[in-house]
Design a protein around this ligand. Structure first.
Ligand SMILES: [Zn+2]
Length: 128
């Protein structure tokens, strides 16, 4: 079975849109993160917001990497193939999650094993 979801279902367009969107959001957040306030209270309030923003940026950078990788896979023709079992990922899944690298079965197994921790928030807590 040949998968042409990337051409037929606008997955590439979705990915490119997502890529542009995330790049924009991350650039905008960059601007927020270097903003400075003279007011001490604002500064404290701001630190909390920044902390939150950093966590979001982390999540968005991860997603952007996944989107970029998916676009690369479209280019080299491996898009739509599970990286674990090399089975075809269902087109339905690819439309919902175009940057998915695994079929639903392997993804669930990975999630259960917790091999890929998405949450790196500990890295950011009280580094100073
Ligand atoms: Zn699989």
């Amino acid at each position: 079975m040949k998968i042409t979801a990337s051409e037929n279902c606008g997955v590439k367009e979705t990915l490119e849109q997502k890529q542009a969107e995330l790049a924009w959001v991350l650039r905008a957040r960059d601007g927020i993160a270097i903003e400075k306030s003279a007011d001490q209270m604002d500064e404290i309030q701001y630190a909390t917001e920044r902390d939150l923003a950093i966590r979001n940026v982390d999540r968005e950078s991860t997603l952007l990497r996944q989107v970029n990788a998916a676009l690369r896979r479209i280019h080299n023709g491996t898009f739509g193939t599970c990286v674990d079992c090399e089975e075809t990922i269902s087109p339905k899944r690819l439309i919902a999650v175009p940057w998915a690298t695994r079929c639903i079965k392997c993804q669930e197994a990975t999630d259960r094993e917790g091999q890929e921790p998405e949450d790196a928030s500990e890295t950011f807590s009280n580094a100073a």
